[in-house]
Design a protein around this ligand. Structure first.
Ligand code: ZN
Ligand code: MN
Length: 474
């Protein structure tokens, strides 16, 4: 039997506006509970919402960045349901006509690039937050109530947990490039629901769709999908039937747990919001935003491959994090050697940051300090291995490269007179190696270089040692 996994994602992203979607309350994360509230976002009777133009601009930006069609006419609708953190008993959202339609993001897969198409992107407001205490109380915080959101709905174009994860990574990079959201899944400014089912490709039998909620990390999304994939395949193999289900990801036990079965579809009683007129967006407004779009992720990948001779794989790694990409360009500008700065940044620096779960912004020294170190190595003042030692030290102490080099005595010895003395000493105590060298044994030469280096405690200039040895052996 062969199986095909079918995955669609629904992603909510909070926009980084100064104020909320329909009122002038501050939009900030982590403020004291119920500090940023007013009659509008508390849903008090008679309060009137007014749309935030900046939020609209950000949503259009996101739509353009994801290749969507921007609708010049769209409407605001009320989505009614009951939940304690939904103050008005309805959420202002978009139903029939969303702000953005279609579009796609291209992702990297093992088989090459793949386009994941989008159904739509619409704007809506966030709800408040419920906090359940261990005393069985529920506390409500309405700071988040009315924070602007975009909801991005993909088509079921993804076929593995890996693909879903690369889609999320591309989406995050794209939105961070245009500065509309910080997309922190850990803080809830990006939230992802997964729709998944599996098809038997021989009989074309399919399982019912499961929706997975409450996934707190991109890795969690990947794992939850892989878990569900196995579960759905078992269901097909055992010829069982399941209903549509809503499940949640249990990070601790690495499995999904049933929340509820979806026996009937939710009736949200969508209706136009009488307080908000339809949105008429002028072409000028859209074109003005389009003109001012910064370089896209895909454009950066192409440019890095072209200008810095980078492999696609490396270009994708750099482009995924705009701060890292900027850091690389800044470093290369100073070092004037794109592959040398790539090797140091990708190898030593990034490896260390990944190990510690940190990002470029956590690097404890300035970019010019790293450039200086690379230039010292390039000039042959210290060798590569010594360079790695210095870098390691720069990460723990706040000392500069030069200081560390002199403290650790790593300076490469290039004094010709001194090296000549060492060469003579090594030659006079290894007559057999000289004999071997004369008889054409190359290994003997390598051995002699090694002896000189040892004599100089690893700090000798390898090129000079080579030259002077050859000279003497003639
Ligand atoms: Zn408010
Ligand atoms: Mn929504």
């Amino acid at each position: 039997m062969d199986f095909k996994t079918i995955i669609g994602l629904e992603i909510h992203v909070e926009l980084m506006t100064e104020t909320k979607m329909f009122c002038s309350c501050k939009n900030e994360f982590g403020a004291e509970a119920n500090k940023n509230v007013c009659p509008v976002c508390l849903g008090l009777p008679g309060a009137l919402p007014i749309i935030n133009k900046r939020a609209l601009e950000y949503a259009v930006k996101a739509g353009i960045a994801m290749n969507c069609k921007i609708n010049s006419y769209s409407s605001m609708d009320r989505k009614s349901y009951f939940y304690p953190d939904l103050v008005k008993g309805y959420q202002i959202s978009q139903d029939d006509i969303p702000l953005c339609e279609g579009g796609y993001l291209s992702i990297e897969t093992e088989q090459g690039q793949k386009k994941v198409s989008l159904v739509r992107i619409h704007i809506e407001e966030d709800t408040g937050k419920s906090l359940h205490t261990d005393k069985d109380e529920t506390l409500l915080d309405f700071n988040r109530s009315g924070v602007p959101l975009i909801e991005i709905v993909s088509n079921p174009d993804m076929n593995s947990g890996k693909e879903a994860r690369s889609f999320l990574e591309k989406l995050k990079a794209t939105l961070k490039y245009i500065g509309v959201s910080d997309c922190k899944i850990e803080e809830g400014s990006l939230r992802c629901d997964v729709n998944i089912n599996v098809e038997n490709t021989v009989t074309h039998e399919k399982t019912s769709i499961s929706e997975i909620k409450n996934i707190g990390s991109f890795r969690g999304v990947e794992r939850a999908i892989e878990y569900e994939e196995r579960r759905h395949i078992d269901i097909l193999k055992e010829n069982k039937k399941i209903n549509k289900e809503t499940r949640k990801w249990d990070e601790l036990n690495q499995k999904t747990v049933l929340m509820r079965e979806k026996i009937s579809t939710n009736n949200y009683r969508f209706a136009p919001d009488g307080d908000l007129p339809p949105l008429n967006i002028s072409n000028e407004f859209i074109e003005e935003i389009r003109r001012n779009m910064p370089e896209s992720v895909d454009e950066k990948i192409e440019r890095f491959m072209r200008d810095y001779n980078m492999s696609r794989k490396d270009a994708v790694i750099f482009s995924q994090d705009i701060d890292l990409a900027d850091y690389y360009e800044n470093l290369t500008d100073r070092v004037k050697d794109s592959s040398l700065s790539l090797n140091w940044l990708l190898g030593e620096v990034l490896r260390r940051l990944n190990e510690e779960g940190k990002t470029v912004s956590d690097i404890p020294f300035r970019v010019e300090d790293l450039a200086h170190l690379i230039l010292i190595i390039k000039d042959g003042k210290i060798n590569n291995n010594a360079g790695k030692k210095v870098l390691k030290e720069m990460f723990i102490s706040s000392k500069k490269a030069d200081e560390i080099i002199s403290e650790l005595g790593l300076l490469q010895v290039s004094d010709e007179g001194f090296i000549r003395e060492v060469v003579d000493k090594v030659l006079s105590s290894n007559p057999q190696s000289i004999e071997d060298y004369k008889n054409g044994k190359d290994r003997a030469f390598g051995f002699l270089v090694g002896q000189c280096m040892k004599e100089m405690k690893g700090k000798g200039n390898p090129k000079l040692i080579n030259d002077l040895l050859k000279d003497r052996l003639k």
